[in-house]
Design a protein around this ligand. Structure first.
Ligand code: SF4
Length: 64
């Protein structure tokens, strides 16, 4: 899971939609990824689609 804090506008939709995966920083209100590998659940996909800034995306975790 990737949360781009340079792009995030701090609306909090991701944390409301998938609170096990995303949180908002208490300091600056920007996204924090709390579960880096949650899988592609419907909740995660909904959070990605609802993010107004396009700041969150699924990143592949390489298995090395
Ligand atoms: S929904 Fe997008 S813009 Fe809003 S807090 Fe989450 S990552 Fe940031």
């Amino acid at each position: 899971m990737n949360g781009d804090r340079d792009v995030c506008v701090g609306g909090g939709m991701c944390a409301l939609t998938a609170p096990e995966v995303f949180a908002q920083s208490e300091e600056d209100g920007l996204v924090q990824v709390i579960d880096p590998d949650p899988g592609e659940s419907a909740e995660v996909r909904r959070a990605i689609s609802l993010c107004p800034a396009g700041a969150i995306s699924i990143t592949e975790i390489s298995e090395e």
